[in-house]
Design a protein around this ligand. Structure first.
Ligand SMILES: Nc1ncnc2c1ncn2[C@@H]1O[C@H](COP(=O)(O)OP(=O)(O)OP(=O)(O)O)[C@@H](O)[C@H]1O
Ligand SMILES: [Mg+2]
Length: 585
């Protein structure tokens, strides 16, 4: 179900009630800083509101019949002090908020990454990598902006409205008339603005996710796209996606441009001036108080603009938080019991009536077989029979839907996943390598402290040393992402070396030598045979030469075990087995 609408039109599974506590949890370590910030910003705004008041007092002092020079110098000194202190507080609060915002961003990103590491394969079957990338990078960053400047401007809006109003009220309560009419109109306009902006913002983020998903998919399959002559088509499809993204941006810009309040402030200023002049002419107000009053109304410009910026940012931030929680809350978390069973494996595997389905189509339908300690079993079956799926149940990539898998007499669920998997080596059809050095790739399963001599010995045994030695930096050669700079056979030999190094108790070879040319094939197979000695081995292959070495052959057909036994007996009695052999010989 890897479609757009999984993330797009599907109604969100995460309600607002989940976002609040989640954000609170991440804010908890910053409670102290947040308090400092709240108090600091309050002080900053209070000092800001004091400035017009002080200037007004200055006007009155000068306009008096006998100006009081002493009082006037005093006022200027106070004004200077206010400005200096306010500047210092501004620097401190900005720093504090940066600290909070970036801290929360980092914590959220780390939590998301840990959450992803805990997901089962079924989760990654459903989600596109690019979509996850967009959420881990873009959305986590957006949470930072929720604080800086989202919260910052929201506070400016709140304090910056209330504090000037208090000062205006102290001048003359009648003067509150114009600002209060203005605020009522302002509240209505903001509400309307929010309604318009909400859906547009959600769509913007959705498009960002889709764009990133498309890009990462195309890059992952760039060789295929070029080989299939699909470059132009992919280019056009990407351009369409990019246009969608641009359109979403423009639509948000349009919605933001229709923000009315800045206009309202000027109307309020005109109304205030008229009201103030009337009060001056009736002798209720001094000129200085009028100056202070107009300065204070002018301050209302600031919250209006701040709210215009902060509301979209907070909206985006909350919607990003929702998108991250969506990933974290999606089921498929590994059900790992801490303190599961840890022990050295002896290597006995039993599948008991195991049933499994990827989505709804059954893939394994009552599979039962047993592998004794040190035994080599060949799993044989047509393509799509479910052989690789059995491997994925063994290393707990997926869990069975019915029945159980037992290793050394203990249900897989009761095992400590780490202890179990570190003793099972799987060499797959498709070898995964990381964009690190060759040596690191070989030592992947063996911990960080493994010495170079052992890595080299394993590589020699896996017939990999020769080609590694020819690489420019030998074992320190960095290989491209997914091992793109190596051939299929070279990649498999690295996988064999990796397996040799971990000294596993259970070995699974899933078509392990299919990509190796026939000459090395023989050498490598000899190495693999040595690797198999004394280990329980599950051999998935349809090559007769390999199957002959197995102690027993299990035949799988459309998710069922149809027969098992030795080669000679099966050839004689099993039609499916004969059919596979005529097909693959
Ligand atoms: N991740 C997946 N999601 C959905 N269906 C899957 C997935 N992986 C495999 N299948 C389906 O499950 C069935 C069994 O697949 P499996 O890979 O186990 O076959 P196989 O026996 O290993 O085949 P082959 O010999 O080609 O490797 C197939 O029909 C396949 O389409
Ligand atoms: Mg397979």
């Amino acid at each position: 179900m890897r479609t757009d609408d999984v993330f797009g039109s599907r109604p969100s599974i995460v309600g607002p009630a989940r976002i609040g506590p989640w954000l609170q949890k991440h804010l908890k370590p910053y409670r102290g800083s947040l308090l400092i910030y709240l108090v600091g910003t309050f002080a900053w705004q209070a000092l800001t509101a004091a400035i017009p008041r002080l200037s007004g007092a200055g006007f009155d002092a000068i306009l008096r019949a006998a100006p009081d020079v002493n009082y006037f110098t005093h006022l200027v000194a106070v004004l200077l002090l206010v400005v200096l202190v306010r500047g210092a507080i501004g620097i401190a609060t900005t720093y504090t908020l940066e600290y909070i915002g970036n801290g929360v961003e980092r914590d959220v990103r780390a939590a998301l990454y840990r959450g992803l590491l805990d997901k089962r394969q079924a989760f990654f079957d459903r989600w596109r990598v690019g979509e996850l990338l967009a959420r881990a990078t873009g959305d986590a960053g957006q949470i930072n902006q929720l604080f800086q400047p989202g919260l910052e401007f929201l506070l400016i809006a709140a304090y910056g409205t209330v504090l000037p109003l208090i000062v205006i009220g102290s001048l003359d309560p009648q003067l509150l008339l114009a600002p209060i009419i203005f605020l009522a109109a302002f509240a209505l306009a903001v509400r309307r603005h929010n309604r318009r902006l909400g859906p547009v913002s959600d769509r913007l983020q959705q498009r960002a996710g889709a764009l990133s998903a498309r890009l990462s998919e195309s890059l992952a399959g760039i060789d295929l796209i070029a080989a299939a002559g699909q470059r132009a088509r992919e280019g056009r499809a990407f351009a369409r996606e990019a246009c969608d993204y641009r359109d979403a941006f423009i639509r948000r810009g349009q919605a933001q441009a229709r923000y009315l309040p800045p206009l309202l402030v000027n109307v309020a200023l005109a109304g205030g001036l008229l009201h103030g002049l009337l009060l001056v002419s009736s002798g209720r107000l001094t000129i200085g108080e009028l100056v202070a009053y107009l300065g204070l109304i002018g301050l209302l410009q600031q919250p209006v603009e701040a709210l215009g910026v902060s509301v979209p940012l907070i909206r985006l931030g909350l919607s990003s938080a929702r998108r991250i929680v969506e990933v974290l809350d999606e089921s498929h978390a590994r059900q790992e019991r801490s303190g599961g069973h840890r022990a050295e494996l002896s290597g006995e595997i039993v599948f008991e009536d195991v049933r499994f389905a990827y989505d709804d189509t059954p893939v394994l339908d009552g599979v039962s077989f047993a592998v004794g300690r040190g035994e080599t079993i060949a799993l044989v079956g047509a393509t799509g029979a479910g052989k690789s799926t059995i491997v994925k149940l063994l290393n707990r990539t997926y869990d069975p839907v019915g029945g159980r898998v037992v290793v050394d007499g203990i249900d897989l669920h009761a095992w400590d996943a780490g202890a179990l998997c570190s003793q099972i080596a799987i060499i797959e059809q498709d070898v995964t390598l990381f964009a690190r050095s060759i040596a690191e790739n070989i030592a992947l399963g063996s911990g960080p402290n493994i010495d170079r001599a052992r890595i080299e010995r394993a590589a020699r045994e896996a017939q990999a040393h020769e080609f590694i030695a020819r690489l420019p930096d030998g074992y320190d050669t960095l290989i491209g992402e997914r091992g793109t700079t190596l051939s299929g056979g070279q990649r498999q030999r690295l996988a064999v070396a990796r397996a040799l190094l971990t000294e596993p108790k259970i070995l699974v070879l899933d078509d392990a030598t299919s990509a190796v040319d026939s000459q090395t094939d023989e050498l490598l197979r000899r190495a693999l045979r040595r690797l198999r000695a004394g280990r329980t081995t599950l051999l998935i292959t349809n090559r007769l030469a390999e199957i002959r070495h197995a102690d027993r052959i299990v035949i799988l057909d459309r998710g069922r075990v149809v027969d098992q036994g030795r080669h000679e007996d099966l050839i004689a009695r099993c039609a499916i087995y004969r059919r596979i052999f005529t097909a693959y010989r």
